[in-house]
Design a protein around this ligand. Sequence first.
Ligand code: BGC
Length: 738
Amino acid sequence: MLKKFRVVVITLLLGSSGMQAQTTVPVYLDDNKPIKERVEDALAKMTVEEKIAMIHAQSKFSSPGVPRLGIPENWMTDGPHGIRPEVLWDEWSQAAWTNDSCIAFPALTALAATWNKDMAKLYGKSIGEEARYRNKNVLLGPGVNIYRSPLNGRNFEYMGEDPFLTSKMVVPYIQGVQSNGVAACVKHFALNNQETNRHSVNVVVSDRALYEIYLPAFKAAVQEAGTWTIMGAYNKYKGEQACHNQYLINDILKGEWGFEGAVVADWGGVHDTKQAIYNGMDMEFGTWTDGLAWGKSNAYDNYYLAAPYLKMIKNGEVGTKELDDKVRRVLRLAFLTTMDKNRPWGSFGTEEHALAGRKIAEEGIVLLQNKNDILPINLAKTKKIAVIGENAIKMMTVGGGSSSLKVKYEISPLDGLKKRIGSQAEVVFARGYVGDASGDYNGVVSGQNLQDKRSAQELMAEALQVAKDADIVIFVGGLNKSDFQDSEGNDRKELGLPYSQDKLITELVKVNKNLVVVNVSGNAVAMPWVNQVPGIVQGWFLGTEAGTALASVLVGDVNPSGKLTFTFPVKLQDSPAHSVGQFPGGNEVEYTEGLFVGYRWTDKKKIKPLFPFGHGLSYTTFDYGKVSADKKQMASDDKITFSVKVKNTGKRDGQEIVQLYINDVKSTLERPEKELKGFEKVALKAGEEKTVNFTIDKSALSYFDDKKHDWVAEPGYFEAIIGASSSDIRSKVKFELK
Ligand code: BGC
């Protein structure tokens, strides 16, 4: 057998001028042949056992190739924000290698808040290089599930509430990753918008909300970015697990969108052999077997798509058509990744990657409030800076679930500030409260000892004392990566800040009105003190260079230019899923708010949010001119361009994110008051003016007609609305679709 398929077969051919040596390789190994032909050739050479082996795991994060044919194994890695440490063969625990400490990039919420597609490309390219160097051919990310409730424990891994913004940001991320010969695995497909009951909850959602809100980012990932893999979600839809779901996978993903890649199960997301066979599941991972301790020689043989499938084939219960389809997809993955001789080698833990992460972090930080220009910190006039809060010192890259990392280093906000400020001012610190003192995840330890036996009163008293005579107080608090906060597996229990931080903030501002609150989180939090505190910064989880990036923004080396990608409600009841009483539900959750997620809801209900979608300030100011359209009417096969002048009217260079929303003035079906359909991040020097253009076609005017099961752009009047946020509307222009 081995000889028959030797990698290189030398044949001697007789030429006209005599004997001539020529090298022939089998089609599947011939780089010059189209991938489709190579796939068919390899498939034809495989036994049914080899095929079955290829479609399920052999360890926690790997699946077999075809050793006999020289087709390598697949090695997957979390996650969206950095390359997970190596784990033991059959355990979640880290394997304690000493060469797998990565660069942590900012969480995807921070990336999305840059509203900068170049940053998404840089992110994807950099993290892809890290994955490639570590010999992974599938990166389990990015996550694009829509932000439906501020309590979802995994919001920090996603890109916010808007399908258009998420779609535009995910495409360059994927292209960047895949330029390394590493597949992106876009997750979690689909409707995985909460952690409570995540393995069992059945999501009930209208077709309109499904197509208009929850699916567009996945569709863009498939059709615009050409993602090579997609991860099925844990939850159910129409009563079937999303990992083997006729509607989501067969009908929509592979049917309507023509996805040619492989559907990877979320770890333990497969529950049924027949459904997995027929409903599009291609690669099974993480099924809850107890590994080798199960008493079997290899527990992976017990996976739904392992021995049980083979048995069904052997006894004639099922055919092999579906098996061949799955294997084709997995082979395609191999040819695009491990079998691509020209893919680059990647690089890992480099300064270049740390700098990329820092740049993204600096662009993603959002200045939410800046009364009396409290920021940037004026170092010329500042002698003493008080830094208060646990998140100023706590490592945030350890914990939070599958995105937890083992990092080369992580600069805390306190260290970042100290380093930047140096001897220019005194930096004093008090913790103020004890939140989560742990720092251990799957065997990775932060090495920090955050135990503190002092009482809450003592801690607060110390903080107030330290804050009292400082020139400025920077409170760094928010959430963290422990359970029931920004963490996988559970949802948050409340919108408010934990550990009595509200009380501490309220007391701090009483002793020193020059207070800036930096909220480190991947979620909206309530801010009952918003009117008392002059400065508020959304700090996200920023990764390796967190403290450096934060310090750059706080002292004004970098002019903040991030904007929110989800609404901050004043209270939980202002958030649609909670207002309709459908979060987290029981065994079933019905998205009765329909299309009205985020700003679509606050617009409809005329609710004033704490901070709206698209909001973010700068240390400079921008004036907007009046938007104009290049025509009054557009035909349905035509395009229309809107132009608006934007001027930097302040004294600093800065970047502004100009947003285009569309309002369908009159429509047969109910539509949101406005929807984001364009955005541009424009860099303007002090005093500079630029014209920003947006060109759209009818797709920006369309809604999903559930009766026709198609997108419809209804003739009639529309408005193009230019905003600096979803609430800060600068001008509008009307036009007609003929
Ligand atoms: C998570 C995925 C992750 C996988 C592997 C699952 O629990 O939902 O996002 O990629 O584990 O760690």
